[in-house]
Design a protein around this ligand. Structure first.
Ligand SMILES: *Cc1c(COP(=O)(O)O)cnc(C)c1O
Length: 398
């Protein structure tokens, strides 16, 4: 392909819906932790396509698995028994302690499934509870249900009315959570680390309040682990680190290594209320998606020690950077291989300065730089990335 950046930009500006603000770079190839633009310039990727390319780019095992599956069978629909869904469901439920999995194509679809299964459960119970309680700074996706429990008003306002029974509570206020949850609450929905919302972990006092509120009222707990799950923070689910046992879990992003796949995990108590025809999808969990996810689980399982080493180096270097630049960095948050750096300078200027120096990161929640490196990252990659980040901060502060 010989398209230039100019061709790409012109065609997109004319014909693609203008709902994204693109950075002026066209990536055409990737290898390991590196992306290459159409001029052949290399970039160190510490965003992995927003936490999706978990095995980096052109990973040999994933590439081979996808090619083999494409040559055998890509898709058959959910009308027939499936050679891979059972295997993938068994692996996922063994990792989390759930009983069953439902497969879909994205994070927002996994959330829709969780919200519907929660409502389905209470419908069967004969007390159709409607209310959802969600958290400030939470992000759950763009479809109408997921949007209804997404906190930031600017995502929701143009699309009102949404599901009218969602309420939001601040995470530093356990009493407010207790007040919001009662015996008409279908479920509490949480992001164990709020990713889009600025890489904000849930305080342990709130985790305790969530546990108590569920026990007191019977409200179900939905954990949105689309960004925080699949080993991103260390344990397979970040809920596990918080001591929470969600009834329903949503997974996507890292799970397919770049192939679209989402999953909702359920306990048998809830799964038993779902009958054939209640919910479904044409593509969800097709052979290609399941094969990619199974390969991701095999490969990421082997990366656990090196991920821990990379994470230790990442947070050591970020805390050292914050100490060296006290006027520019207000906070460093995160766990495992998700990091948020709250800056006092223009965060977008830092992202642009980093890109100009060959490092890919992004900005979220206005003032937060977010790092979501692929799981194959090493301490040496971390050193190279933080050196560039330091220069980019310096440039943005000029
Ligand atoms: C990205 C994200 C979603 C939405 O996932 P899509 O695949 O974009 O639909 C939902 N919840 C969280 C926590 C996310 O980070």
């Amino acid at each position: 392909m010989t398209t230039t950046t100019v061709d790409v930009k012109t065609l997109e500006t004319q014909h693609v819906l203008q709902n994204y603000k693109r950075f002026p770079v066209v990536f055409t190839r990737g290898e390991g932790v590196r992306l290459f633009d159409e001029t052949g310039r290399a970039y160190l990727d510490f965003l992995s396509g927003i936490g999706v390319a978990s095995l980096g780019y052109a990973h040999p095992a994933l590439t081979r698995a996808i090619a083999d599956q494409a040559a055998a069978l890509l898709h058959t629909s959910n009308l027939y028994f499936h050679p891979l869904q059972g295997q993938l469901a068994a692996r996922l439920t063994a990792l989390t302690g759930h009983d069953r999995a439902f497969f879909c194509n994205s994070g927002t679809e996994a959330i829709e499934a969780c919200l519907k299964f929660a409502r389905r459960f209470w419908f069967t119970e004969g007390q159709p509870r409607q209310k959802f309680v969600a958290l400030a700074h939470g992000f759950h996706g763009r479809t109408m249900g997921a949007l209804s429990v997404t906190w930031d008003d600017h995502y929701r306002a143009p699309f009102a009315p949404l599901v009218p029974t969602a309420t939001f509570v601040e995470t530093d206020d356990p009493a407010a959570l207790h007040a919001a949850v009662d015996d008409t609450t279908a479920a509490i929905i949480i992001e164990p680390i709020r990713g889009e919302g600025g890489v904000r972990p849930i305080p342990s006092a709130l985790a305790e309040a969530i546990r108590e509120a569920c026990a007191r009222t019977g409200a179900l707990l939905i954990a949105d682990e689309v960004q925080s799950g699949s080993w991103r923070t260390g344990p397979f689910l970040h809920s596990q680190a918080l001591g929470l046992s969600p009834d329903l879990v949503a997974l996507a992003k890292a799970l397919g290594g770049g192939v679209p796949v989402g999953a909702a995990l359920l306990t048998d108590r809830i799964a038993a209320t779902v009958v054939p025809g209640d919910h479904g999808t044409t593509y969800g969990g097709n052979l290609l998606a399941c094969r990619a996810a199974l390969t991701f689980l095999d490969e990421a399982d082997r990366l656990q020690d090196s991920m821990r080493a990379a994470s230790t180096r990442l947070f050591d270097r970020l805390h050292a950077l914050a100490a060296a630049r006290p006027g520019l960095i207000a906070d460093v948050r995160g766990a495992g291989l998700i990091a948020g750096i709250e800056v006092t300078v223009d965060a977008l200027a830092v992202v642009n300065a980093a890109l100009a120096r060959g490092l890919v990161i992004n900005r979220t929640s206005g003032t937060v730089l977010r790092l979501l490196p692929p799981y194959i990252v090493t301490p040496a990659h971390v050193d190279a990335a933080i050196d560039i980040l330091d220069q980019a901060l310096g440039a943005a502060a000029q």
